[in-house]
Design a binder for this molecule. Structure first.
Ligand SMILES: NC(=O)c1ccc[n+]([C@@H]2O[C@H](COP(=O)([O-])OP(=O)(O)OC[C@H]3O[C@@H](n4cnc5c(N)ncnc54)[C@H](OP(=O)(O)O)[C@@H]3O)[C@@H](O)[C@H]2O)c1
Length: 322
């Protein structure tokens, strides 16, 4: 496992972040503990959770299974449902109680909300940092302009800035290549990537032209089936690419995300020990730029804009700054 600097924090985290969204949902507490142990043994020191997972149950499970391992883990959790300061300050206390810790390393806004008061939100996050309940604050699912807007407010008030943006990114969903990833490189924003396997569609669990497996998340969520139908041809090519190299498809999909400019840590989610044992090996893979381009070209998923011309390319350029 390699370690990378987490944005501007100076903290070294493992390239792999373990996602816990399935803990208590699709895997019970003892399997969750086995998944966590296997990851720690592989050198993972970064764990992502959220107050909203299992309506708090996931944080409780994480709290119990990291109890004697807390000092080895950079632990992140998220503010559920709302973004106002009073809510943030009470939510952190509830998360700390469920997690059985004195502080988290990273406290993130889970989603932007319509009509949010950003100054109030940044004041609330700053209060959490000043009280020692979180070392750093960040967000998920923020457009680039909103992230910059929040940090301009933080800078004017000498408040703690957002240090990371957690976003969905994979071979099928590539919207963040426009502005979010170039911004991250320019501003040294840590980018953690969720859904690197498109919920399992890129992990070989689903086969183009075959029904969605009954024991999959696709049995209760319409997105995997839709992606499979739309991108079946590319998925087929990617499965062949993996088989030709003796790799598990999940390793290929995660290694592609890891290789992408602007990405700090892919977040690996799993619902069994066997899955995580397979996926963790992605972090031993270093694709060449040629292999990376070959995989990217299997899917016609780059964001397109009708206007054409220079503006389209500039919005995803990593080379605008000297
Ligand atoms: N901030 C946010 O808004 C947000 C949103 C979503 C997720 N997250 C975070 O990101 C993490 C990852 O998200 P995700 O679970 O959606 O990611 P994902 O990697 O796209 O999907 C994980 C799913 O892929 C399947 N899978 C994983 N490894 C596999 C393997 N080796 N072989 C076959 N199938 C495999 C499993 O599906 P089955 O369970 O069907 O077997 C697993 O539940 C979460 O745990 C959470 O921490 C954050």
């Amino acid at each position: 496992m390699k370690y990378v600097t987490f944005g501007t924090t100076g903290v070294q985290v493992s390239e792999m972040c373990l996602g816990t969204m399935m803990f208590g949902e699709r895997c019970d507490e003892s399997e969750s503990a086995r998944i966590l142990s296997a990851c720690l043994d592989a050198g993972v020191n970064f764990v992502d959770t959220a107050a909203s997972y299992g309506k708090g149950r996931t944080e409780e499970i994480v709290g119990r299974i990291i109890k004697d391992k807390r000092d080895r883990i950079f632990l992140g959790t998220k503010v559920p449902q709302k973004t106002d300061s009073a809510w943030i300050r009470s939510s952190i206390d509830e998360s700390l109680r469920r997690l059985q810790v004195d502080y988290v390393d990273l406290y993130m806004i889970h989603w932007p909300r319509l009509k949010m008061d950003v100054t109030d939100m940044m004041a609330g996050l700053d209060a959490v940092v000043r009280s020692g309940k979180a070392r750093f604050v960040g967000c998920c699912n923020f457009p680039a302009w909103l992230f910059a807007h929040c940090n301009a407010i933080a800078a004017r008030n000498n408040w703690a800035p957002l240090v990371c943006n957690q976003i969905p990114y994979n071979l099928l969903e590539r919207g963040v290549e426009v502005e979010v990833l170039p911004q991250a490189v320019a501003e040294r924003i840590a980018i953690t990537v969720y859904r690197p396997l498109s919920m399992g569609v890129l992990a070989g669990k689903y086969r183009p032209g075959e029904p969605v497996p009954e024991d999959s998340r696709g049995a209760t969520d319409a997105r995997p089936r839709a992606w499979l139908e739309r991108y079946g041809e590319g998925i087929g090519k990617m499965l062949t690419f993996a088989a030709d190299r003796g790799l598990h498809p999940a390793q290929v999909a995660v290694a592609w995300v890891k290789h992408s400019p602007g990405v700090t840590c892919p977040i690996v989610g799993a619902s069994s020990l066997g899955q995580v044992q397979a996926t963790v090996k992605a972090f031993d893979i270093d694709f060449t730029d040629e292999e990376y381009a070959q995989l990217t070209a299997m899917f016609d998923t780059a964001v397109k804009e009708e206007s054409g011309g220079n503006f389209v390319g500039l919005r995803r350029s990593f080379e605008l700054l000297a």
